[in-house]
Design a binder for this molecule. Structure first.
Ligand SMILES: NC(=O)c1ccc[n+]([C@@H]2O[C@H](COP(=O)([O-])OP(=O)(O)OC[C@H]3O[C@@H](n4cnc5c(N)ncnc54)[C@H](OP(=O)(O)O)[C@@H]3O)[C@@H](O)[C@H]2O)c1
Length: 169
């Protein structure tokens, strides 16, 4: 089964994705979009994004959290769909096992935050980007999307934001 690696992110005009560990906005339609797209899928995220979920795995998803912290790495909670990995490659390898692909499907979502998006952007096949047409103050950012590697293939406009989908060229 071929695997699709996808970012899913909401970002402002000035590429802000977070401030003080939280989303700087509340857009219910975007939250719904995120939850619909990622339902019953594998989610890979950085430890700080996991903290922003109050360190609780999102239900109905397999949550793979990246961290260098030994205290986390020694734990795993398969019953809660929560596993910790010290490298993106290791998390990906886990997610690509045939039984995991069969259970969660062949699209693997990278759900932030800034550090993880930056490290993995060029490995992605697809980007689901909610572009919010406003500038925000922030301390976590989404990288510039290089036109050389990705093209915009879908756009759904809403008041103040658009759901954009980019595919690898
Ligand atoms: N708008 C959006 O769509 C969206 C989505 C997700 C998150 N966010 C926001 O983004 C912010 C968090 O982003 P962030 O950039 O500060 O942090 P992050 O990317 O969520 O997490 C960074 C942490 O991940 C771990 N890490 C990073 N690279 C790693 C690697 N290669 N291997 C293993 N572990 C690795 C480290 O954890 P340790 O320190 O434990 O070693 C690092 O401190 C929050 O404000 C959150 O609300 C926004």
């Amino acid at each position: 089964m071929s695997v699709i690696l996808s970012h899913i992110v909401a970002t402002s005009l000035n590429n802000v994705i977070g401030f003080k560990g939280k989303l700087p906005w509340h857009i219910p339609k975007d939250l719904k979009y995120f939850f619909t797209k990622t339902k019953n899928k594998v989610l890979i995220m950085g430890r700080k994004s996991f903290d922003s979920l109050e360190s609780k795995p999102l239900p109905n998803r397999l949550n793979l959290v990246l961290t260098h912290r030994k205290s986390f790495l020694e734990k795993s909670f398969l019953d809660k769909n929560l596993l910790f990995f010290s490298h993106f490659k290791k998390a990906l390898k886990y997610a690509q096992q045939p039984e995991i692909l069969e259970k969660y499907g062949n699209e693997i979502f990278i759900a932030g935050g800034g550090e993880i998006y930056k490290q993995t952007l060029l490995q992605m096949d697809r980007l689901y980007v909610t572009r919010i047409y406003k500038e925000y103050k922030g301390d976590a950012f989404y990288p510039e999307i290089p036109e050389k590697y990705f093209k915009l293939t879908k756009q759904e406009d809403h008041k103040g934001f658009s759901f954009l989908v980019y595919e690898k060229n």
